[in-house]
Design a protein around this ligand. Structure first.
Ligand code: HEM
Length: 471
């Protein structure tokens, strides 16, 4: 027994010595590197638990506020297993975004990159990324949305709203809509049994993003890998058929048609490309649709103003006439509502990057291979950049040109070489959705439903609402 206690004591002492020397070594190294000030928290866990518990509430801001107050707007922390430099500073964020490929490169957790596929645009680098990014930009350009996509966006949103009963889970419905829209835009397929069964598999893939990427430990991850294979098989079949058709001279004007027209892109690359677009537009657009409705419901004056805007449009049209580009352009208050929703509750609260080399920022050095997080949310909710920044106030955008706010303060779609190619498409989809929802229905929330920010921005109960059809 005495020997056992003796050993236990030795183990305890050596553990304490190792931890203390680890901490001392780390802090000496940090001082020699002139890192941004901050706190690396506990060994290995760092400050991850504080971050998660803050972002699981409706008000996660104290996590950033406290650190900015103590260390300044660029600080060091340790989250999700790695030391990370966190920027709440607009200038630094811009520097990070603009230097993609030169000083920084995009960095996704293992769980996400494995499931995306190695040819995904989100993971591509260098010249290949440049080429595929500009191809994506051109396949969802203004003129394509205006001349080809808008008519289907209007039609598919109406079909969905026609099927609604007197109670829906808005978040689920919005996700279904954005999935169907993306499938239509990518390969011209209308919603039906095939797209619904693909969506079920796809949802399992997305669940895998937020779990530990170890198949032996996580059932969710195993299921996600299986589902990813099925999604790839289904999309692969369509790509093969379409390529055969293309070689026989059949031409179609959807995104897949555009990709097949580019030499040197394999079927596997096309499938990964399509999965990336499905991922990038699905949760993002549907979350903003849902949260815009939530904020409008909580701000009746803004809802009334939106209704007025839509009534003016409908007065000039017959009941079932589709929205046209000029209607979309005339929705000035809708644009304010979307800007403001993106500002206060964007699902993309910022972007992770990894340094390719030692990088000097504001007199500090960030070592090569370190993680950096450019927080858009911290800037969007900073009182120095937006008056009464933490209040939903769509009117603040009324005298601002387009989507830009002075300087680099407003970046809901990122910037630099990885600027979101879907930024206009998302705005059009959200605008058409709000237009039909507000003109066809009145609604009240069915239950109290809180907004949370971890693992993603969403309402806890998927925002159930009771609806009444307008006569
Ligand atoms: C409200 C909706 C949306 C928001 C807030 C949003 C936001 C963003 C942001 C912040 C990025 C930059 C990521 C980074 O720098 O690492 C991004 C990238 C991207 N987005 Fe969007 N997005 C939305 C909708 C869409 C839609 C509808 C599409 C479909 C075309 C799309 C396609 C993409 C793609 C493919 C990328 C990767 C670009 C690259 O890495 O080169 N997004 N998005």
């Amino acid at each position: 027994m005495a020997i056992f206690v003796h050993y236990l004591f030795i183990i305890l002492i050596s553990t304490v010595i190792s931890v203390v020397s680890f901490l001392l070594h780390r802090s000496r190294r940090l001082r020699s590197l002139r890192l941004p000030p901050g706190n690396l928290g506990l060994p290995f866990i760092g400050e991850t638990l504080q971050l998660i518990s803050a972002y699981k509430t409706e008000n996660p801001e104290p996590f950033i506020d406290e650190r900015v107050k103590r260390y300044g707007s660029v600080f060091t922390t340790h989250i999700f297993g790695e030391p990370t430099v966190f920027s709440a500073d607009p200038e630094t964020n811009r520097f990070i975004l603009q230097n993609e490929g030169r000083l920084f490169e995009s960095s996704y957790p293992g769980s996400i990159s494995n499931l995306l596929g190695k040819h995904s645009l989100l993971l591509m680098k260098g010249n290949l990324h440049k080429r595929m990014h500009s191809l994506t930009m051109s396949s969802v350009s203004y003129s394509i949305i205006k001349d080809q996509l808008l008519v289907d966006i209007d039609r598919l949103i109406r079909i969905n709203l026609d099927s609604w009963t007197d109670r829906v889970l808005l978040m689920e419905e919005a996700k279904k809509i954005t999935f169907e829209l993306t499938i239509k835009q990518l390969m011209g397929i209308d919603p039906g049994e095939w797209s619904e069964s693909l969506r079920k598999q796809y949802v399992l893939v997305i669940e895998g993003f937020f779990t530990i990427p170890l198949p032996l430990i996580s059932i969710t991850y195993r299921r996600a890998i299986k589902a990813r294979r099925k999604v790839a098989e289904e999309l692969g079949k369509i790509v093969r058929e379409r390529r055969e058709g293309y070689e026989r001279g059949e031409r179609k004007s959807d995104m897949l048609g555009g990709l097949l027209g580019h030499e040197g892109i394999s079927n596997e690359e096309i499938v990964d490309f399509m999965v990336a677009l499905l991922v990038a537009g699905y949760e993002t657009t549907s979350t903003i649709m849902t949260l815009a409705v939530k904020f409008l419901t909580q701000t009746p004056l803004s809802l009334a103003q939106l209704k007025e805007e839509y009534e003016e449009i409908r007065e000039k049209k017959s009941e079932w006439e589709a929205l046209e580009w000029r209607d979309y352009k005339s929705m000035s208050f809708t644009h304010c509502v979307i800007n403001e929703t993106l500002r206060v509750a964007n699902i993309i609260s910022g972007v992770f990057r990894r340094t390719i080399t030692d990088v000097n920022i504001k007199g500090y050095t960030i070592p090569k291979d370190w993680k950096v997080f450019a927080s858009f949310r911290a800037v969007h909710l900073d009182h120095d950049h937006f008056e009464d920044a933490r209040t939903f106030n769509p009117w603040r955008w009324q005298n601002v040109q387009g989507t830009s706010c002075s300087g680099n303060f407003y970046t809901p779609f990122g910037g630099g070489p990885r600027l979101c190619p879907g930024y206009e498409l998302a705005r059009v989809e959200i605008s058409v959705f709000l237009h039909h929802l507000v003109t066809q229905f009145s609604w009240v929330p069915a239950e109290e439903d809180k907004l949370v920010f971890f693992p993603t921005t969403r309402t806890q109960k998927r925002y159930p609402i009771n609806l009444q059809r307008r006569c």
